[in-house]
Design a protein. Structure first.
Length: 184
């Protein structure tokens, strides 16, 4: 039995070269509504086929990734959804979206959450998600189609519980992290 954490595929979402922080609010909303534009690599398909139980977040990019894998979820739960970014809406500076995303994620890790879920709250959610995945693993191998940051936070919780990583979480689309139950 194992727990497989898979990141969703590449979202069908266009990025301008430069954008204001104010416009990033709408950019993030559109990103959260986007479906997946690419097909999974063969390796991801083969890994996913080992799953006995399939769960996903409720965000469209995760649901559409599962569809691209040709699979259906046993459960879809917001517990596994990505952590939102604490956007500071100001209009003056126009920078690449990748800069804004990295900058706000860094602020979030440093303790600034604004009106979104705090790091502490997201860590608690990741703890509950890991606990739920461990419980589901009693039925066999579990596949979670989720998101970059939340998958990494869940992976950390699994390691705290003694689960061994065959492959660690990555930020690449369609990447997988595979964890095995502790022997003792």
């Amino acid at each position: 039995m194992a727990i497989i954490l898979m990141r969703h595929g590449r979202p069908d979402h266009q990025s301008p070269t430069r954008i204001s922080a104010l416009a990033m609010e709408q950019w993030c909303e559109q990103y959260n509504l986007s479906l997946v534009s690419d097909l999974p690599p063969e390796r991801s398909v083969v890994i996913a086929q080992h799953a006995d139980v399939i769960v996903t977040s409720t965000l469209p990019r995760a649901l559409s990734s599962l569809e691209k894998l040709g699979m259906q979820a046993n459960d879809s739960d917001a517990l596994y959804s990505e952590v939102e970014l604490p956007i500071l809406p100001f209009a003056g500076l126009h920078l690449p979206p990748a800069f804004w995303l990295s900058f706000w994620r860094l602020l979030w890790f440093c303790g600034y959450s604004g009106s979104v879920e705090s790091f502490k709250s997201a860590s608690e959610r990741a703890r509950r998600a890991a606990q739920q995945l461990v419980r589901l693993s009693e039925q066999g191998t579990v596949l979670l189609v989720g998101h970059g940051i939340m998958n990494k936070m869940i992976a950390r919780e699994l390691r705290k519980r003694g689960w061994q990583a065959e492959k660690h979480a990555s930020s690449r689309h369609w990447s997988t992290a595979i964890y095995h139950r502790p022997f003792i």
